[in-house]
Design a protein around this ligand. Structure first.
Ligand code: K7E
Ligand code: CUA
Length: 681
């Protein structure tokens, strides 16, 4: 056996090297069953690998990392990560452990390859306009997969746009955005889009307080007129849409509500939400007032909002709301009177609040406190029942006794932000300032799962560099697993080629498939398209995407056959009601019809369907000068409209290299000028 695969060679070399260095624990894991590595095989291959290692300056640890991530051509990833695309307004789909980027999902930003906003998707993008002001980007922060019983079910994906307070719905059958909804009462959001354990609701928490309903009020009236909020969007799984008519919001004090998390299992029916700026600072450096950053960080404690969401939903159903900008809002006083809202003091300028897999604890990270604070849901509930309130906030919201709700405080390090969980009773918290990922041990029911004492730091891995969120497969669900962790780092500094002054951000894959102190970094993936915030990772086999659209003539916006879709043999140009309707089919390698003759000023309605049934047989379709480009996947039907105001001769063509005669897949749009003298002589 002279020639053996590269991968086997790597494994064997790792085996031999690791044996030499005496670390045979990992080796046993890396070795495939039945690998009876004869020394002669190792002897044959090892020199080549050794030479590569020497030439490239690789260590045995590097080789081990390569063996854990290298994914040969044709081999598929076992986990899929949905990462926020930050300023790009999109979502990125990345395979693990290879860290290969599989595709982006166009959401808030027009995207030409997917034909998003260039003929298709325009109506959905338009739904997100603010009073008719069109938006062509978003600041995506928190992608959230739909859940059943608190675990990802692989059906839908939601994401929020922090900049414009919008929430989008992606259908994971075709990985396409189906809905964008603009929050009717606020301008910016942050604590979303988080689902309740059965995806009955998608929660959108606020961020910067404003007068509700997109209204104006001078900053001097901050305390009276500005308000925070959290919105509960009812999700209709059948339709795959958020149902605005069944949705409502809660009015909150003008603190800056931050991240939110749904309770699960024992805490199902509750929502926990951080806040900063309980100081109600209003900034004004230009008038020699303390800047926001100082004003917002004065107090040692802010407020964890504890919301009895089940009760809030009942109040909504009972009609106990007022309409703001035509949207139902349960007033703050009602929330107080009905016992829906109370606060727990939380240190200090908190960011993440994360609920353990069984729903027992809410873990809060104070950015300016080296500890994470662990609140017990059981104790909190008891404190509420026993009315263990120490004070009220200026709006009359009762504040629970901190010590009565606290389970533990664990000193992790500098700048704790976000926490995820695994199946071994560990929690993982990002430390922005160190920067590092910290593994620490949970107590309570989780204590028997790991060898360490409860509520202690187990290990730390330095990351490059400042980490924001981190993500573990299922790490925020009732069923976390613990194979990988991805650190989403906001600075990369010296990790990659210097691409001018603007550098990519850095996703780092970390191996957490073990216990104890060590969590090696396996792989760096530069993200050069926007700042990643949160990501969720799901087992690949939980996703059931379509290979082609189910039938020819499929309208992805309706997820159904469209009666308007042209059938083969019925291609035509039809003039009715002052419009020119073009019914066109596309199949390798021609469009039918190939010549479209219209007159300047006519309104064109173009129907086009891809007749293909083969996997990956996508055709593009572009019209020059009219800003049109479609991506027509097998079976897909699209319709777009424009006014033929610019006369001339416009070659349209297929923009996907679909066949040997792809270049020939074209036709002409002839727009005859109304002024005959404008024709070519
Ligand atoms: Cu960047 Cu969740 Cu918006 Cu923290 S957030 S990092
Ligand atoms: Cu169809 Cu190229």
């Amino acid at each position: 056996m002279r020639r053996i695969s590269y991968k086997l060679a790597v494994v064997l070399t790792v085996t031999s090297l690791a044996l030499l260095s005496g670390c045979n624990k990992d080796v046993d894991a890396a070795k495939a069953p039945g690998d009876a590595s004869s020394s002669s095989t190792v002897g044959n291959t090892s020199p080549d690998v050794q030479a590569v290692m020497q030439e490239r300056g690789l260590t045995p640890d590097d080789l081990l990392a390569a063996a854990k991530t290298y994914t040969p051509s044709g081999k598929l990833d076992d986990h899929i990560m949905f990462a926020s695309g930050g300023h790009s307004g999109q979502i990125f789909v990345i395979g693990l452990p290879s860290m290969r980027m599989l595709r982006s999902i166009a959401v808030f930003t027009p995207e030409p390859w997917q034909g998003w906003g260039y003929g298709a998707g325009n109506d959905i993008l338009k739904e997100g306009d603010v009073n008719g002001k069109p938006l062509t980007w978003g600041d995506t922060h928190h992608p959230n997969l739909s859940e059943t019983d608190g675990a990802y079910d692989g059906q839908f994906l939601f994401v929020n746009d922090k900049a414009n307070a919008r929430v989008a719905v992606v259908d994971l059958r075709d990985f396409e955005t189906k809905q964008i909804i603009k929050n009717p009462i606020t301008m910016s959001d942050h604590g979303g889009a988080f689902v309740t354990p059965n995806t009955d609701y998608v929660i959108e928490g606020g961020q910067y307080a404003t007068p509700l309903g997109w209204k104006y009020a001078p900053i001097e009236e901050y305390k009276e007129k500005y308000r925070g909020m959290v919105t509960a969007w009812k999700f209709d799984r059948e339709k795959g849409r958020l149902d605005q008519a069944q949705s409502f919001a809660l009015e909150l004090p003008p603190y800056w509500q931050d991240l939110a998390s749904s309770g699960k299992k024992v805490s199902d029916g509750w929502i926990f939400m951080n806040s900063i700026n309980t100081e109600m600072a209003t900034g004004g450096v230009e008038d020699k007032k303390p800047p926001f950053e100082a004003g917002v960080s004065q107090r040692d404690m802010d407020y964890l909002h504890v919301i009895n969401f089940k009760k809030a939903a009942e109040l909504f159903k009972a009609g106990k709301f007022e309409k703001v900008n035509n949207f139902p809002v349960i007033r703050l006083q009602t929330l107080i009177d009905e016992g829906v809202l109370c606060f727990i003091p939380e240190p200090k300028s908190p960011h993440g609040v994360d609920v353990t897999p069984g729903g027992e604890y809410m873990i809060v990270s104070g950015k300016l406190d080296p500890h994470v604070t662990v609140f017990s849901f059981e104790k909190t509930l008891k404190a509420i029942t026993e009315k263990k309130y120490t004070s009220k906030d200026p709006y009359g919201v009762p504040v629970l006794d901190f010590d009565a709700c606290k389970e533990a405080q664990v000193e992790l390090g500098l700048g704790p932000l976000h926490t995820q969980f695994d199946d071994k009773g560990y929690a993982y918290t990002s430390l922005f300032l160190e920067p590092a990922v910290c593994r620490w041990s949970l107590g309570g029911a989780y204590a028997s799962k790991h060898p360490e004492a409860p509520w202690t730091v187990v290990g730390k891995t330095s990351v490059q560099y400042n980490i924001g969120h981190l993500s573990v497969p299922g790490g925020d669900t009732t069923e976390p697993s613990g194979k990988y962790l991805v650190a989403m780092n906001k600075w990369s500094i010296d990790r990659f080629f210097q691409t001018g002054p603007l550098l990519p951000q850095n996703f780092q894959l970390i191996d957490i498939n073990n216990t104890g102190e060590k969590m090696p970094v396996l792989y760096d993936l530069p993200i050069g398209v926007g700042e990643p915030h949160y990501a969720q990772i799901i087992k690949a086999d939980k996703l059931k995407p379509w290979k082609t659209y189910p039938q020819v003539g499929w309208n992805p916006e309706k997820q159904a056959i469209d009666p308007e879709s042209p059938k083969p043999g019925t291609e035509r140009i039809e003039r009715r009601n002052g419009e020119v309707h073009i019914y066109m089919t596309a199949v390798r390698s021609h469009f039918t019809p190939e010549h479209i003759n219209v007159t300047q000023g006519e309104k064109v309605v173009w129907h086009i369907v891809n007749l293909e049934r083969a996997i990956d047989a996508t055709h593009g379709f572009c019209v020059p000068a009219y800003n049109i480009n479609l991506s027509l996947e097998a079976g897909e039907y699209e319709k777009f409209e424009f006014v033929a105001d610019l006369p001339g001769t416009f070659p349209f063509y297929c923009t996907e290299f679909c066949s040997a005669l792809h270049l020939e897949m074209m036709g002409y749009l002839h727009i005859k000028p109304t002024d005959a003298t404008a024709a070519a002589k």
